[in-house]
Design a protein around this ligand. Structure first.
Ligand code: 8IG
Length: 277
């Protein structure tokens, strides 16, 4: 990636943040909520929608290509706070750059968000997990081999890129989530590049490395959010047991179905956490 493009990642996200503020008429959205696969049926139940924007009209947003990812951004009131809800993310496996993958999160932070809620559907590595279960992400293992902070340095007005990741997923936010639902468990999320699911040997490797969940998103967005100083809450919806753990082959349509079934509970959780921020 050229130096020009790298600087543009941040400049473009700032432009998008300003455009979001202008189009919604809300100067500062306090919270960003990224709804991944399986979470989008929960959108309407998060709260009151103020404005819906088509993300492709905003500077720097790439159109998602995954079924169930729509490329919309809503300004909503969630738990009494102005929130930007990103409906449908883009992934590395769509051929997008790290910068494109984290762009909505950066744009939302430049639009004012100091808390970022990242949601995803994931495979359960821990055989004790079950489809439909929400798991708080305690930490991640980034197996994508990529970073949103790689390349020539960003302009000096942005934070240094050697960002500390000792608490990517804020303990305070995990504690808040457990106050809302004391049955929530925590897990380590291993981010694979995808789009293929893992082999049983790869899942076993992830398990031995300490992973409880496997997925294809979230880690880069969490890194980008920490780099810009936002607090991150990560929640995975387990929609399948990972290869070798599950007795049956994996299927994306099951991911969406499990999400649809779980959505009222997921929306309630996010709303209640945001209300307590
Ligand atoms: I849903 O088993 C979902 N997303 N990498 N592996 C990976 N991503 C996933 C999986 C899975 N299930």
């Amino acid at each position: 990636m050229s130096h020009e493009q790298r600087r543009d990642d941040f400049a473009l996200a700032e432009e998008a943040g300003a455009e979001i503020a202008r189009r919604t008429g809300i100067a500062r959205h306090e919270v960003a909520i990224v709804l991944g696969s399986g979470w989008q049926d929960a959108t309407d139940e998060l709260g009151e929608t103020r404005v819906e924007l088509s993300s492709v009209d905003l500077p720097g947003f790439a159109a998602p290509t995954v079924p169930g990812h729509h490329g919309r951004i809503r300004s909503m009131e969630v738990g009494g706070r102005p929130a930007l809800v990103v409906i449908g993310r883009v992934h590395l496996y769509e051929g997008r750059t790290e910068g494109e993958v984290v762009h909505p999160v950066r744009a939302a932070i430049f639009a004012g968000a100091t808390t970022v809620v990242l949601t995803n559907a994931a495979g359960g590595v821990d055989p004790g997990m079950h489809s439909g279960q929400a798991v708080l992400i305690r930490d991640h293992i980034n197996l994508t081999g990529r970073s949103p902070l790689s390349g020539p340095p960003a302009a000096a007005r942005y934070p240094a890129r050697f960002v500390d990741l000792s608490e990517v997923y804020a303990r305070r936010l995990r504690d808040l989530a457990r106050m809302v639902d004391p049955t929530l468990v925590e897990g380590v999320y291993a981010a694979f590049p995808g789009p293929h699911y893992e082999t049983p040997a790869e899942v076993e490797m992830a398990r031995r490395a300490g992973a409880d969940l496997v997925g294809m998103s979230t880690a880069l967005e969490a890194i980008a959010a920490r780099h810009l100083g936002a607090s991150v809450l990560g929640v995975s919806l387990v929609t399948n047991l990972a290869a070798g753990v599950s007795p049956v082959p994996l299927d994306h349509t099951e991911v969406l179905a499990a999400g649809a079934a779980a959505s009222p509970g997921l929306a309630r959780l996010v709303r209640a956490v945001v209300a307590r921020l």
